[in-house]
Design a protein around this ligand. Structure first.
Ligand code: DAK
Length: 259
């Protein structure tokens, strides 16, 4: 598929795919087609055995300044209902391979929600995170009230959602929203480094482990533990488990194949 608003590379680096949001003049505002393109690229990468980790990024000035306000301005509630964007957003959450958001500049509204839907966030020192929807007399609609609250706690989430204020990368780091803050020229390299640390692991174990960590966010402890146990047993069905343990015993590096 030819994409208009993203650049997608399945072999950006060995085992690492990259999605670059590419509407720079509009600060990567997320219009409906761009979201469809992200969904399509993620589905494609999820089915590609060579891809073990996915990075989503923007550019230095903006990861994404939110959903496209100009596209939403005249919409009615029924229009929004019929468009059913949640089907697209849900697909991001359902991606089985790990996704890292590499964020610089504005990461606002739907952009912040997109980053939070990813599994990890690596940020440049210039990143600014916010849910400014309240200033447009709307509110976060793609998980912002829930994921932000779970990540940073009620006090800061409430303040950000009710006032629309932005927080810096350093504040986001202190609050637990992101994994790393690095100088602007390094944020993509740092995301690649993290992706590589994941890509050398067993894809089967990574998939089961990601699923299990995510389960912690939508289940009680007992249900989560039960789920974890099943996935733990499942690891022992893989050739990678034998390879990992055998490599340890033989004092060599494992070679994981995803089988
Ligand atoms: N939408 C459309 N265009 C945008 C935009 C946006 N979100 N953000 C920026 N732009 C455009 C600007 O209009 C401007 O275009 P021109 O005027 O040059 O044609 C260009 O990008 C450059 O922006 P500025 O001139 O404003 O640049 P500044 O450096 O002065 O300011 C800014 C940067 C990021 C502070 C400012 O642009 C800004 O406040 N932008 C809007 C931020 C915002 O309110 N974001 C939240 C949008 S609402 C849903 C899922 C998600 C959502 C909704 C539903 N469903 C699943 C149902 C999400 C909603 C939102 O994100």
């Amino acid at each position: 598929m030819n994409y208009e608003f993203i650049i997608a590379e399945s072999a950006f680096q060995p085992h690492i795919a990259l999605i670059r949001l590419n509407r720079p003049k509009e600060l990567n505002a997320l219009n409906l087609q761009l979201m469809q393109e992200i969904k399509h690229a993620l589905l494609t990468f999820d089915q590609d055995d060579n891809v073990r980790c996915i990075i989503i990024t923007g550019n230095e000035r903006a990861f994404a300044a939110g959903a496209d306000i100009k596209q939403m301005e005249s919409k009615t509630a029924i229009d929004m209902l019929k468009i059913d964007q949640f089907e697209t957003w849900d697909q991001i959450r359902k991606t089985k391979k790990p996704i890292i958001a590499a964020v610089s500049g504005f990461c606002l509204g739907g952009g912040c929600e997109l980053a939070m839907t990813c599994d990890m966030i690596v940020a440049s020192e210039t990143a600014k995170f916010g849910q400014p929807e309240i200033k447009l007399a709307i509110m976060p609609g793609a998980g912002g009230t829930q994921r932000l609250s779970k990540a940073v706690g009620k006090a800061l989430a409430m303040e950000m959602v009710l006032t629309g204020k932005f927080i810096s990368a350093e504040e986001a780091m202190d609050a637990g929203l992101i994994n790393r803050v690095v100088p602007e020229e390094l944020y993509l390299d740092e995301a690649i480094k993290l992706a590589n640390e994941i890509a050398v692991q067993s894809p089967v174990a990574v998939r089961l482990a990601k699923e299990s960590v995510l389960k912690a966010f939508d289940s009680g402890l007992q249900e989560g533990l039960h789920f974890e146990r099943k996935n733990f047993y499942m690891c022992f069905a893989s050739e990678d488990q034998k390879e990992g343990m055998n490599a340890f015993v033989e004092k060599r590096k494992p070679n994981f194949t995803g089988k």
